[in-house]
Write a protein that binds this ligand. Sequence first.
Ligand code: C2O
Ligand code: CU
Ligand code: CU
Length: 509
Amino acid sequence: MSVSRRGFLGLAGGLGAALALPGCAALVREVQTGELLRSTAKLPRPFSVPLPIPPVATRSRRTSDIDFYDITARETEAEILPGVRTRILGYDGIFPGPTIVSRRGRRTVVRHANELTVPMVVHLHGGHTPPESDGFPVDLVFPRGYESPESGHDGRIARGSRQYSYPMRQRAATLWYHDHRMDFTGPQVYRGLAGFHLVHDDEEDALPLPKGDHDVPLMICDRAFDEDGTFLYPSLDPALRTRRGVANAYMEGVLGDVVLVNGAPWPEMEVTATRYRFRILNASNARRYRLALTPKPGSGSPFVQVGSDGGLLAAPHELGTVPIAPAERFDVVIDFSAYPVGSTVTLTNELGDAEGTTQVMRFRVTRKEKDDSRVPAKLSEFEVLRPEQAKVERRFRFGRDDLSQHQMWTINGRLFDPARMDARPRLGQVERWRFVTDLHHPVHLHLDSFQVQRDADNDNGWKDTVDVRPGEVVDVLVRFTDYAGAYVFHCHNLEHEDMAMMAAFETVA
Ligand code: C2O
Ligand code: CU
Ligand code: CU
């Protein structure tokens, strides 16, 4: 059921093509944007490996108000499929990378060293970060001794390592860090450069939500494996040096047939018959999921959403399913007391397009346990932005255009150019940004979260990524604050991003 290039053959690119599509093709397009890569490796039985929890990063030192970390990106081998070795690019050599845990108002400083063979850029997704630490796509960190095959696009180059400084003047939220190297983010994230970064604060601590080992991050992503365990990815330049992008057949996105949770294929987690909070992140390059519990609980709704990209919701929101696009986060509570001890509950995906992608992971309810947690009727208080507040309106069309020999992804008909600023929002002012699309694009803004003017299950609370559906017009209200400088916004389908669906903007005081 994946959307494929086939639907585009014989049609001109861009918005015109989208308008010419018959209704049924548009329906298919709602499901997946991308082309399925099939594994040739021998795949394990689902639910045969335990769910790993990424280790919490250890602080290298601290002062009264700063926590310091040192993380080194390395190429290593990991056993992802049982008995098979996969070469990965990993922060500290692991995938997912170590989880960084920060406190609101305490600065976190991370020295990211690059021992890979390719340049990297580290971005804290959802971070309210000054420009020099945000991971602008050309602020490359070269490995020591690296000779750039081309220059011209280089920004602030660091050699060997770069120190990223995060003030953490932001609400408690589930953030993540990942590679953001211009033109090569897709393959570098796919090979493993992604990790969680959690921010806590007093408001969240005071709530009786599940805590400790009942507060579990789940990074969901899809991959395909070659016979020898190698990640399959259709890069035009497998060495990731000069030529960006993927083979034409995959330009709509790369979809794998294996679902990993925290780096393990279809894992199983033992739970007690109590409430758990899951911080669900879709770290897939292109795949969307609609997560469901099978069987459904005997009573109550399967999921109670308590947070989204930008932290806690104002009030809990019951969800029958969790629709999650690339880069989005859903903090949900699942109450396993609704299931008999001894039962298993599968986290399924209603948008699966291949056998392996209809299932995500499984929970096994092992025993009863005292549960002091609950989901309070009120979670948080924050300002609700109103459309009348918007002083400036901007419109961005996410499309496909024939600009060079092959098709590329564009915003307002233009390819990403890190030197060109496509908007200059004034700090402190509310703006309305209108996103218009042909295909399905998860649109992400750096620097600040926004509020979506649409009534959909994925739009609750503060968001930094909005899944704009085919042919849709979606408004978001955003107020950039604190930091003046250059940032980007882009489609978070990483193949679209690498093939130029990104734009820079400069916040001005
Ligand atoms: Cu998660 Cu600009 O990225
Ligand atoms: Cu981001
Ligand atoms: Cu896109």
